[in-house]
Structures are given as structure tokens and as C-alpha cells.
Write a protein of this length. Structure first.
Length: 402
């Protein structure tokens, strides 16, 4: 087996699909959950994702974007505000000369199209439900002990990719530590219906209790990610629909409109999770297993997809030059290419969260002044917009050698 991917969520499945473009490769995806059970899969649940244009470009090269696009809503404007204050900033697709700043799609649709695509790839084995119970080195290869249907199989491979989420079992098996910094917040995720068209507007609202992201969805819904302290989140989860919608209207401000309906609510704890190692000989750690971010800037999956694009380019180049995929120098070269973008994205997400969760009145003034200044400085705004759209790093996949 050329590569074993531990975790068949959005990142692991995307990597498998990108590598499967070379029909000479053999790929195994080991997934704990049945991908068809999308409502139960942690990666394919009720959450929605804002896809950057760079991420959409990856899916387009795989031939998946036309199908995904039917279930995706373009973002034309991002409205950034600080509750109870005068600061405000806008990022507009028209000003950036793009059709959309990004697209919002529910994770379950991403999962559906990725899984169906992998089923059509003859060189991909999706082992699910299955678990890797052990990883050990055997010469210049890694042996994965895979349990499926009560049976154990040993799969030998030059490269194992750990992509099984922030609470990674793969990291644990390899003894790779992670630094976990709780934000002392949980996210409430749901969908709500307003009494007016959403007009492809995305709201990024910083409130006294935490950031609030409201994204346009299909059927004229808003997709909501509301970050709150534990006590407030528990109270809102226990509230009836009318009370919840009233609290949301107050927190989000007039741009959200009057709400007429709310879907099922889910909660998720929030933390910054950073793996101490992303590469070892024969090992790469990807996605939330490598870096789980706060959802405030919507950059977690998009950064991971940039990792995927560069990793695929690195591996295809190595194959053309007959370099083993487990070569540590090769894998470290991939990481060096990704470190600056990762650092910038992680710092931006983390600092933004902490800045807008601080109740210091002097910082509040600085936040408001900063939003006003940001809205007038086109160069700065364009830099942030390009990064948010995923245009700061190429996501063009390599050509497949004949």
C-alpha cells in the first residue's frame, strides 16, 4: 500500500481523492465511522463550512465542485462588527474582483460527494468502520494493525497520514504530544430562517460573550456558529426556540432580521490544538490532528486543504524522482513550505479570538478604531481578503505523470 490515511473525514478523504488521480497508486483510508451515516460522523454533522476560493479550486480539479456548487451559497459581502460599538468593516467580492469571497456548504454534503467519489476510485480502499490499533516500524516501512469486523489485518506502507481529528488516536499511538489551549468557550451550531432574504451576506459579530458567525445558506437560511461561555451556552441550549431566537437577534444586531425558525442546536467545546510534530519518518499529521483552530475566522479546513495541496505536490514530485515517500528530508521539506502560512493563519485566528473576547475598555476602543481603520485601508483589507479566500498559497494540484 503506497499510503494509509488514518481518518476519512473531510481532510483525509480529500487527500485520498487528490492522490487517487494517479491510477498507479494504492491508497487505504481507515475510518472509524461508516461514511454513509453522515448524521453520526463527527466531520459530516450539522456544521457548515465556509470554503475559500482556494479550497473550491481543489474540489474543482477533482471534478467535484459542479455537484457541490448546487448545495453551496456564495458569500458576496462580509460585515464585521463589534456589538454595542461603532466599529464596522466590510469586505466585498466586487471590490476584490471575484464572483464570491467564498462559498458556504453544509459538511454533510461535502462528506457525501467525497465518499461517493472515493467509491468510484478503483485504487482507493475505504475500510469502515475500522480502527488502527497499532503502528510500528519495520525497516523503512510502517505497519498498521487494522481491526475491521472483528478481524485484524497488517498493512505495510511507506507513509501513514494521521488525519483523525483534534483528539487524535493516531497521535497517541505514535507518542506525538499536542498542546491544547482551551478557550473556555463552546460553540452553538444551528441554522435559522430570517423574515427577509440574506442577500449572500456573512456576518462576523464580536459580542460580549464571544464571537458570532452567521453565514448564508441554501433555502434562505443563516448558518450559525455562536461562541459562548459554558453557562450561557447551557442556558441557551435549554431555552425554547422563541427565547433562543430572541437572544440571537439581540446579539447579532439588525442585519440578521427577525427570525422565524431555528433548527436543532448542537454544541462543541472550543480549544486551540497544536501537534508538537507534524512530520516524522514515514508519518504526516494533517487537519485538526495537526492544528485545530477556533472557528472565528473559518480557516481550519481551508488551511488544511492548502496543506493537502502542497503535500500532494511534494509526494508526486518525489515519485517522479524515485524518492521514497517516507523519507524524512522529503516530509520535512513539505512542512517547511507550509510553516509560514500555518503560523500566520493560527496567529490570526488565535489573536482575533483573544482580542475580541477581552472586556478591557481600552481594548474595546482599539477594536472599534481598528475596524474603522481596516475599512479604509484598501491595501490591508485586500491582504486579509486574499488570505481568507485562500489565494495567498497555490492550491493547484500537480499533473499526473503518464
Amino acid at each position: 500500500m503506497d499510503v494509509v490515511i488514518m481518518g476519512g473525514g473531510l481532510v483525509g478523504a480529500s487527500l485520498a481523492a487528490c492522490l487517487a488521480r494517479d491510477p498507479k497508486l494504492s491508497i487505504a483510508v481507515v475510518e472509524k465511522f461508516l461514511p454513509q451515516a453522515t448524521e453520526l460522523h463527527p466531520s459530516y454533522d450539522a456544521r457548515n463550512t465556509a470554503l475559500s476560493n482556494g479550497t473550491c479550486h481543489v474540489f474543482d480539479q477533482l471534478g467535484l465542485w459542479p455537484s457541490m456548487r448546487e448545495f453551496a451559497v456564495p458569500i458576496h459581502t462580509i460585515d464585521i462588527t463589534n456589538q454595542g460599538s461603532f466599529g464596522r468593516a466590510f469586505i466585498r467580492a466586487q471590490e476584490e474582483r471575484v464572483r464570491a469571497l467564498g462559498y458556504v456548504i453544509e459538511n454533510r454534503y461535502l462528506g457525501k460527494f467525497l465518499f461517493e467519489h472515493l467509491q468510484r476510485c478503483p485504487n482507493v480502499q475505504v475500510l469502515a468502520p475500522a480502527e488502527i490499533g497499532g503502528l510500528h516500524y519495520e525497516g523503512d516501512q510502517v505497519v498498521a494493525s487494522v481491526e475491521m469486523d472483528g478481524r485484524w489485518d497488517m498493512i505495510k506502507t511507506p507513509l501513514v497520514v494521521i488525519a483523525d481529528g483534534a483528539e487524535s488516536r493516531g497521535r497517541e499511538l505514535l507518542g506525538i504530544a499536542a498542546e491544547v489551549t482551551p478557550y473556555d468557550q463552546v460553540a452553538i451550531v444551528t441554522a435559522v430562517t430570517p423574515d427577509r432574504p440574506h442577500n449572500n451576506l456573512a456576518l462576523e459579530r464580536f459580542t460580549a460573550t464571544g464571537p458570532l458567525a452567521v453565514l448564508p445558506q441554501t433555502d434562505n437560511r443563516w448558518g450559525l456558529t455562536w461562541c459562548l461561555d459554558q453557562a450561557r451556552a447551557e442556558a441557551l441550549m435549554a431555552a425554547d426556540d422563541e427565547t433562543f431566537m430572541a437572544a440571537l437577534e439581540q446579539a447579532a444586531g439588525p442585519a440578521i432580521g427577525r427570525l422565524t425558525r431555528v433548527g436543532k442546536r448542537y454544541t462543541y467545546p472550543l480549544a486551540l490544538t497544536l501537534a508538537k510534530e507534524q512530520v516524522r519518518p514515514n508519518v504526516v499529521v494533517l487537519g485538526n490532528a495537526a492544528h485545530g483552530l477556533h472557528p472565528v475566522a473559518g480557516q481550519g479546513l481551508n488551511m488544511a486543504m492548502r496543506d493537502v495541496a502542497v503535500l500532494v505536490q511534494t509526494l508526486f514530485d518525489a515519485k517522479a524522482r524515485n524518492i521514497p515517500w517516507g523519507d524524512f528530508k522529503l516530509l520535512n521539506g513539505y512542512l517547511q513550505q507550509r510553516q509560514q502560512d500555518q503560523f500566520n493563519t493560527i496567529q490570526f485566528s488565535d489573536k482575533l479570538t483573544k482580542l475580541f473576547s477581552n472586556h478591557n475598555p481600552l481594548l474595546s476602543l482599539a477594536r472599534n478604531s481598528g475596524l474603522l481603520l481596516f475599512d479604509t485601508l484598501q491595501g490591508t483589507k485586500r491582504f486579509v481578503a486574499r488570505h481568507a479566500m485562500g489565494r495567498s498559497v497555490s492550491t493547484t494540484l500537480p499533473e499526473v505523470a503518464p
